[in-house]
Structure formats: structure tokens, C-alpha cells
Design a protein around this ligand. Structure first.
Ligand code: DOR
Length: 459
């Protein structure tokens, strides 16, 4: 962490502060204006002046936006390897997130109301709100549904067997039918194990060159098509998480046009990194202009090839698919950006590629990767911030507002300042990201959740 950075908790006293002459982007109202952001005793205020003791921040180089919401965070609670509630929520606050949704592929799985209540009981002491996604099947074994009503009453905001798809079509059909009256989504990790098998990276010329077993895009598409058919038949809501292929996104686009209840998200790493990263290329998808999209890599970088931190599930996409994901995010087919923050301890990632645990940490770099994409001209800043805050929040029934009178729940960042994710700057309990050490744009200066300062890095 920068020497001056501090973390707070949701149980801290409410803050009073003014960020003067700041660019305020409110995706709910569609406004983008410059002005003073005043917070008095935790609430946004238009008329009041801040008390004399209030924190004063020069906002001329800063942007203020609603607090970010992550639909897909592996907090590893219970079972905790690579992360803990404290470190995971500090990583969230450092990245500008005020809400994280904890995924249920824990040890044991979050498949019982008591376990969910245990997780949520800690929330007040942490640096971000924790919401829970419950397991969709008992033990995530894909045999029997969990008790959706009891889990929803305990606070579940969605149901998922993430790490794998719900195994059978009949179970998905039952899940969607049960969830329809509850108004909650089935969050699907779309991957057919009979096609993905023991694959290690995305199928294609790069996998062939590297001699690694390939994951075909049909592994994602077949589950997406199956679940769309079942959602349209039952009226249930399916949300596909971490989509990674152009064909799956095209299927979602068609389903939305037909009025099926389907939403989806994409991770920052599937937007920006490509399968060439496994061969050592370190260009973002939009930077590799002129590269024959699906041709073999020109060279292998012996220092970087087979880096275990590029192993992720679903695997990093081809460049064509990454560009299609960006287009779908821009046109609203993809509703939200979710990090799939998947921490693993070094003994599980600093190993040969084939043995590496899949996963990339993303809470602290999501905004920076998004800002690099905005800089490329392929996405507007307003759409980026909407997809990181308002839309994911709405998916779990949270409201984001920048209106006077509301509790301040927002992020203030410097879009042009640079930083590097390193041991010294990351708050997460893990380091598994191929962005480690890379210079990134976009520095979070202040995160406020429910009127409390949860992260501050002020000059
Ligand atoms: O890469 C991944 N890691 N994908 C998943 O679906 C699960 C996650 C994990 O839990 O580590």
C-alpha cells in the first residue's frame, strides 16, 4: 500500500468531506458534470457547507462515481486459502468496490442457511459490504438443489455452482422454476465438462504451438443455449457469468431480443488479455492491432511463456473473441463487468502451467484495466462505470445513487495517475495476476461505503 493509504470499516463513524471541482459521473441520471462533492455526516449534500473539521480534497484531476459492485468475488470463506474476509474486502475497497458478492465454491460449500448467516455476520467489521451467492446444488455436486427459500431468507442474492455449470438440464429447469417466484438469478458458469475435459487453455493456434490441451468455444455455447431454452420455458432468470466467447454472447443477444430473462457479465481479464498471454505476449487485446487474429504467435517469450498466473477458467480468449466481448459490453448485450477475483496461494500458481490452479485476482486492477480500455477509444467512461457499479448493483437489488440526502457510496479516482500492482501495493492475500509489476493507469483515492471512508490514499 502507498505509505499514506488507510482502510476503514463499515462500522466507523460517518465521514464529512468535500471534494472540490471534481468530475462527477452519475450513470443513473446519465449526468457527467464538474462540481463540489459534499458529504456531511455520511450523506451527500447540495446546500450544506461541510463542517470546519471536514476533510478537504482538491478534485480537479479526479473523477467521482457510484461505489463499484462486484458480482463475482472468491473470498474463500469458509475454508480460506489465499484470501480472508479482511484481506478480500480491503482489496475491494482499494479497487473502489463497496459491495462484493462472495462465491459459494468454498470448503465446505455455501449450501446451508446457517453457513450463509455465518459469513454475513462479519459484514459490519469489514471494508466492504459482503453479499452472498449460495450454492445451487448441495455440495455443488449437481445432484440435488439446495433449499432456495431458506437460503434466500438467509440473504442469498443469487445461486450458482460456480467452478462448474449445474450438471444436468433437468436440474437447471427445476432451479429456474423455483427461482422465478423468488426473483433471484441462477448464476451459471457456462462450461460443458464433456467438451472442456482436461483442457488447459483456449483451443487454437496458440494452444497448438504451446502443446497445451485446448478448450473449444462450444464448451461455453452449448450450456448457454441449453439454459436460454430453459429460462424461456420456465420464465426463470439466468445470469451467465464470465462469458468468454463471441458465439455465447451472440446467443445472449438473440435471447434478449426475444425477451428471455437473461443477463450476463464479463471479467476484465477476458476483455483485455488474450490466449497469446500464455505464450508470453503482454499486449492488451486492442493493442495487438495488425496481428492476424487467429494466427500462431510470432514468437514465444521464454521468460513469460507458460506463466501459471495466465491459467484461468474459462481460459483467456482469442483476440477476435476479446474484441467481440468489448463490443457486446459497449452495446449493452453484456450487462456488467465482474472480476471473478480468484485468489490462490503461491504454491498453487507458481508451478508448471499444467499444474497451476485456475484463477486471476481482479478486485484491485479492474478499474485500471477498464480505464485502459476507455483510453483505447472502444468504450466510454460512462459505460465502464455503469457496468462496474449501477448495473451489477441492480442485479442484486442494490440501488446506487449520487443524489443529495443519500448515504455516500462512491469511489473517487485519478484516471491519469499510474501505479503498479506489487507486494507492497496489493491488499489481497494473493498475488496471482499476470499484471503483477505492470504499470497501470487509474489510482483510487477514496472509497466511501454507506457514508464511511473504507479506503483513502490522499496526498
Ligand atoms: O478461474 C477460475 N477460478 N474460474 C472459476 O470458475 C473458479 C475460480 C476459483 O474458484 O478459483
Amino acid at each position: 500500500m502507498p505509505a499514506a493509504a488507510t482502510f476503514g470499516r463499515l462500522s466507523d463513524p460517518r465521514a464529512s468531506l468535500i471534494v472540490s471541482d471534481v468530475r462527477i459521473i452519475d450513470p443513473v441520471r446519465g449526468t457527467d458534470r464538474r462540481g463540489d462533492l459534499v458529504v456531511v455526516d455520511g450523506r451527500l449534500s447540495r446546500e450544506e457547507r461541510p463542517p470546519d473539521a471536514a476533510l478537504r480534497i482538491d478534485g480537479r484531476s479526479l473523477v467521482a462515481a457510484p461505489g463499484l459492485c462486484d458480482l463475482h468475488t472468491h473470498l474463500r470463506e469458509p475454508g480460506g486459502r489465499g484470501e480472508a474476509l479482511g484481506s478480500g474486502t480491503r482489496a475491494a475497497a482499494h479497487g473502489g468496490f463497496t459491495t462484493v458478492c462472495a462465491m459459494p465454491n468454498t470448503d465446505p460449500a455455501l449450501d446451508e442457511a446457517l453457513r450463509l448467516r455465518g459469513l454475513l455476520a462479519h459484514s459490519g467489521d469489514l471494508a466492504a459490504r459482503v453479499r452472498a451467492i449460495a450454492a445451487a446444488s448441495v455440495g455443488r455436486r449437481g445432484e440435488r438443489l439446495t433449499d432456495y427459500r431458506a437460503l434466500a431468507a438467509a440473504g442469498a442474492v443469487g445461486f450458482s455452482d460456480d467452478g462448474s455449470a449445474l450438471a444436468s438440464a433437468s436440474l437447471v429447469r427445476a432451479a429456474l422454476a423455483y427461482l422465478a417466484p423468488l426473483g433471484l438469478p441462477l448464476i451459471e458458469h457456462a462450461e460443458d465438462p464433456s467438451l472442456a475435459g482436461a483442457s488447459q487453455m483456449r483451443a487454437g493456434p496458440v494452444a497448438t504451438r504451446l502443446g497445451l490441451a485446448g478448450w473449444p468455444p462450444s464448451a461455453e455455447l452449448t450450456i448457454v443455449e441449453r439454459d436460454i431454452a430453459l429460462a424461456s420455458e420456465t420464465g426463470g432468470w439466468v445470469h451467465f457469468t464470465h462469458l468468454s466467447t463471441a458465439s455465447a454472447v451472440a446467443a445472449v443477444r438473440r435471447a434478449k431480443q426475444l425477451g428471455t430473462r437473461v443477463t450476463c457479465d464479463v471479467t476484465p481479464h477476458h476483455l483485455a488479455l488474450t490466449d497469446r498471454w500464455v505464450a508470453g505476449d503482454r499486449r492488451f487485446a486492442w493493442e495487438a492491432e495488425g496481428v492476424t487474429a487467429d494466427g500462431p504467435p510470432e514468437s514465444l517469450d521464454p521468460q513469460l511463456a507458460y506463466d501459471g498466473s495466465c491459467r484461468v477458467n474459462p481460459p483467456l480468449p482469442s483476440r477476435d473473441d476479446a474484441l467481440a466481448l468489448i463490443e457486446a459490453l459497449a452495446d449493452g448485450t453484456i450487462d456488467a463487468i465482474a472480476t471473478d477475483h480468484a485468489p490462490h496461494p503461491p504454491e498453487r500458481t507458481l508451478v508448471e502451467f499444467e499444474a497451476a490452479a485456475p484463477g486471476i485476482i481482479g478486485l484491485e486492477t479492474a478499474l485500471s484495466v477498464g480505464l485502459a480500455l476507455v483510453e483505447s477509444g472502444r468504450l466510454s467512461l460512462g459505460r465502464l462505470l455503469e457496468a462496474l457499479s449501477v448495473t451489477p448493483a441492480a442485479t442484486i437489488g442494490e440501488h446506487r445513487s449520487m443524489q443529495p440526502g443519500d448515504l455516500a457510496d462512491l469511489v473517487v479516482f485519478d484516471p491519469t495517475a499510474h501505479w503498479r500492482p506489487t507486494d507492497a501495493t496489493l491488499a489481497s492475500g494473493s498475488r496471482n495476476t499476470p499484471l503483477l509489476g505492470r504499470e497501470l493507469r487509474g489510482l483510487v483515492r477514496l472509497t466511501l461505503a454507506e457514508g464511511r471512508i473504507t479506503y483513502a490514499d490522499l496526498p
